[in-house]
Design a protein around this ligand. Structure first.
Ligand code: CP3
Length: 361
């Protein structure tokens, strides 16, 4: 299904309520417009660091939780209520669209995604079919309900990027070295290209479903792409991520692109077409500014491990992130990667308030 601009539902756009949604600090920062305060959200803000999340998830498998609109909505709202973050991120997982097209996979606690039959040849790749909106009705339903509940607070939709999805599919699970992935990429470029084409189409459709239901920004997670050299990224990954960003351009929804260990790749992640580049904690934001395209906002980048240090250290490091971010045109405060499961929720709550106070104009 191709959704043109005109075909896009008006929920949250062009209606009276949309004036404040479109004027929210988060969307304004993504668009590099002046903000009343630096907006804050946290990657993996919904999840195991929250006792109310653990309670709700008792006896419910991760992928089952991701297919129940009532659970999706409640878990998405939990960090919004507790932390007062400037944006909600849809509760799901990057593996959900793969599961929805019939890939036999599970998400195991403490391990991550595990794929029963890893993808290794063309026949395996050809079994991967396209995603249709009807494959994920629970996503459409949950996003629609959340957008109504969130009002002028933006909902961020997301998907895994083709490389990171390919790595899980080919390795069969989490991987430190991505050796089978690289073996396929180097040794069977035609199979690689076909796999990346199919994953790009799946990712685009998963994002379009969320946008059509009212998500007002999207983040493409290429979490493990830092395993690649810039040359390999440019030749074997960038074209597919760029294809996705290009097709999202007409939706007027800010596009965020994030990966871990991507210091050497920031320029290319930006070149792929993002409006906002997410930076991990290894590259100071004032240096990151010099690596991305002009007219690109930055998101990041406090080291999530810093939240385990005394508050005075958290405050000092946060001040440093904010000071360096002044070099950027637009800044969305976030961690340099996801919230670690044993993080104290009280520290995250205090951090949101701290960033808001320090940056209030
Ligand atoms: O950010 C949010 O709060 C929204 C929800 C979200 C989840 N996964 C929920 C989740 C998002 C945005 C993701 C994305 C995701 N999933 C990524 C990209 C982000 C990143 O961290 O780099 C990746 C690589 C995955 C794959 C995945 N799913 C991993 C590595 C794990 C952790 C496994 C573990 O238990 O250590 C998951 C499971 C997962 N996804 C959990 C949550 C809340 C934990 C499952 C649980 O609570 O039982």
């Amino acid at each position: 299904m191709i959704l043109g601009h005109a075909a896009r539902p008006l929920r949250g756009h062009g209606t009276i309520g949309s004036v404040t949604l479109q004027d929210s600090a988060f969307l304004r920062a993504c668009r590099r417009q002046p903000v009343p305060h630096t907006p804050v959200w946290f990657m993996r803000q919904a999840g195991r660091s929250l006792p109310e999340y653990r309670k709700l998830r008792e006896g419910v498998a991760m992928l089952d939780a991701c297919s129940r609109p009532d659970m999706i909505a409640e878990i998405t709202m939990q960090p919004v209520r507790r932390y007062g973050v400037d944006a909600a991120i849809f509760f799901s997982d990057i593996m959900v669209p793969l599961k929805a097209v019939g890939v036999d996979l599970d998400i195991r606690p403490g391990v991550g995604p595990v794929v029963a039959e890893p993808v290794r040849d063309l026949a395996d790749v050809r079994r991967l079919r396209d995603l249709e909106p009807d494959d994920v009705p629970y996503v459409t339903e949950a996003v629609g309900g959340l957008v109504a509940e969130l009002g002028d607070r933006p909902l961020i939709g997301f998907a895994g990027a083709p490389f990171t999805l390919a790595s899980y599919l080919i390795e069969g699970g989490p991987s430190k070295h991505h050796e089978h992935t690289k073996a396929l990429m180097y040794g069977a470029p035609d199979v690689w290209a076909e796999l990346m084409r199919r994953l790009a189409a799946l990712t685009l459709e998963f994002l379009r479903v969320q946008i059509a239901a009212g998500a007002s920004a999207v983040q493409l997670f290429d979490s493990w792409v830092g395993a690649l050299s810039a040359e390999d990224y440019r030749a074997s990954v960038l074209p597919y991520s760029a294809w996705i960003f290009e097709r999202l351009a007409g939706f007027d929804v800010p596009r965020i692109h994030f990966g871990v260990g991507t210091g050497e790749l920031l320029g290319l992640l930006s070149e792929a077409g993002a409006d906002v580049v997410g930076v991990d904690w290894r590259v100071p934001l004032d240096r990151a500014v010099q690596r991305v395209r002009p007219d690109t906002a930055l998101q990041g980048n406090l080291d999530p491990a810093v939240l385990f240090a005394p508050w005075s250290v958290v405050a000092e490091r946060t001040d440093d992130v904010l000071a360096r971010a002044e070099a950027a045109d637009g800044h969305v405060f976030n961690l340099g990667h996801g919230v670690l499961p044993t993080t104290d929720p009280a520290v995250l709550e205090r951090l949101v308030e701290y960033v808001h106070t320090r940056t209030a104009v």
